[in-house]
Design a protein around this ligand. Sequence first.
Ligand code: GDP
Ligand code: IMO
Ligand code: MG
Length: 425
Amino acid sequence: MATTVLIGAQWGDEGKGKVIDFLARDAKWVVRFQGGNNAGHTVKPGGETYVLHLIPSGILHEGKRCVIGNGVVVDPLALLREIEELRAKGIESLGRLFVSDRCHLIYPWHRMIDECREKQRDDKTKIGTTKRGIGPAYSDKAARVGLRMADMVDPAYEAMLMKTLQETACALKAMGAEEIDIKAVAAEQLAVAKALAPFVTDTIPLLNEAVKNGEEILLEGAQGTMLDIDFGTYPFVTSSNASAGGACTGTGISPARITRVIGTIKAYTTRVGTGPFPTELHDDTGKLLGSRGREFGATTGRPRRCGWFDAVVARYSAAVNGIDYWAMTKLDVMDTLPVIRICVAYECDGKRLEHVPANIRMLERCKPVYEEMPGWQEPTEHIRTFDGLPEKAKNYVNRLCELTSVQLGLLSIGPGRDSTIRIAI
Ligand code: GDP
Ligand code: IMO
Ligand code: MG
């Protein structure tokens, strides 16, 4: 039995939700460990499409236990909304969704500050956040002034909330933000606290007991390695560790208990929001990937920027996450391309670079060094074995694995559960 970490190896939206949903058949637990409702994980188990923001993608499988780990920042209003939306579709979370009492809370003013900060920036320095209050909530956590789920279910919560609200109202005024109606916000938060209380628990013993009993656990990353606060294209990143290390600090499961790491990776690259993207395409091929791949943000609806596969990013991701297998997605989106390019290195200031530079200005100057492969120009969505793929498609996938020194565990050739080829995981 395995404790598997699944992360995004690029800039998010690699298809983590689809892959988790596919693997969840064999798991007992599915656990989110960082981020918040900035995530949008799409799952198509049958005819219907579900987009999950906070609740782990395993919830659609009857009987699976889902955990929101301590590393996640939770907007109580967004969580309750998601629970109710699922309930309306006949999926009950109570009794199988467990929310860590150590999770920090996102309040309306975190969203307001997020928006304010973005407004103050110009087009070049704007991060293009999801405006869900993620950065300000993690800032409060680091500044040791945040409130947590454990506070939310404490009898003294009302007093704590009022104190925070009064302090925040002053700070918001100074920022020039909209005034908040303290009474209305407090009433709303107290009501939601009551509704969520049955979900809140200490998830650390729960998960460690599961590990001890050898139960199958899937740790579901949000965002991607290039959006990680430490390893990503800082400052154009999110505010948490979206890489594999975050799975331990965000759940209380020891690194010694992780048995494998799966990297979800698209067969090309996308990014939503601002920041450097060396292989971005501004031409018809970029548009084609965007339209065939339906590349619109699952949370904000913004169009995603599209480009060729970047093996420099993929190798870096494989290293910092210790990726054992790729779960490669969206190969079918490339079905019509006559020629495909792969970025194998960068050229910067006249020198060849094999690694992602930390200096953001330098990364902006990086030009991709490409190698070319012929496209297969045949549909692949209906294919169910790796051997059944067109020869040129196999060559492309094999080349990506060779360039990154990671073996293929799973290949996805469509958004549905069935459009999946299981290879080694
Ligand atoms: P996540 O955030 O990593 O879970 O990814 P998103 O759900 O935000 O974005 C992935 C999008 O691609 C969703 O619309 C999925 O339904 C879709 N998708 C996932 N795998 C495949 C695939 O193999 N082929 C195609 N065509 N679409 C896919
Ligand atoms: P999933 O889990 C893609 C991006 C935002 C912005 C930056 C910071 O669906 O892959 P934030 O709101 O987190 O402060 O925004 O991170 N971003 C994502 N991009 N997929 C996501 O999640 C993302 N979550 C945040 O667009 O550039
Ligand atoms: Mg997404």
